[in-house]
Design a protein around this ligand. Structure first.
Ligand code: AMP
Ligand code: ZN
Length: 136
């Protein structure tokens, strides 16, 4: 992908603050952090999102995510860490090269999460579960 900003980061054509790398993945500081230490873990090869990223590469990304999360928690004194992956525009994805966000949190950072905003109607949860299960 010639015009992909994260591919350019991998190739060293755009600067980044490297945190970690191995054969499959590269991790670097987000340029516009939610909190200090906000890190992105990306595959070295270009995949658009979770659907396209092969399972073994997703596992490598997750393994790196765990290693880096432990380092962030201990060294940056994070009270908590959010792990997120935005897939598609509707979910807030703006860079279409697969990536996992590691976001350090503090109890007083003022951010909140969404909690149970859309309850199930009678019988809906069973219907939804069976739809998902039959597609697995
Ligand atoms: P998303 O909304 O999940 O696609 O998030 C993309 C993230 O990439 C955002 O948090 C941006 O701040 C971050 N980002 C964009 N360009 C760069 C860059 N050149 N270096 C580091 N992070 C970047
Ligand atoms: Zn790319």
């Amino acid at each position: 992908m010639n015009d992909c900003i994260f591919c350019k980061i991998i190739k060293g054509e755009i600067p980044s603050t490297k945190i970690y790398e191995n054969e499959d993945v590269y991790a670097f500081l987000d340029i516009a952090p939610i909190n200090i230490g906000h890190t992105l873990v990306i595959p070295k090869k270009h995949f658009v999102n979770i659907y396209e990223t092969p399972e073994d590469i997703m596992l490598s990304m997750m393994k790196a995510t765990k290693t880096i999360s432990k380092a962030i928690k201990s060294e940056l004194n994070a009270d908590g860490i959010n792990i997120t992956m935005n897939n598609d525009l509707a979910a807030g994805q703006i860079i279409f090269h697969s990536h996992i966000h590691i976001i350090p949190r503090t109890t007083d950072d003022g951010f909140s999460l969404w909690h149970g905003k859309r309850p199930y109607h009678e019988g809906e949860s069973k219907e939804v579960a069976s739809k998902i299960i039959q597609a697995l």
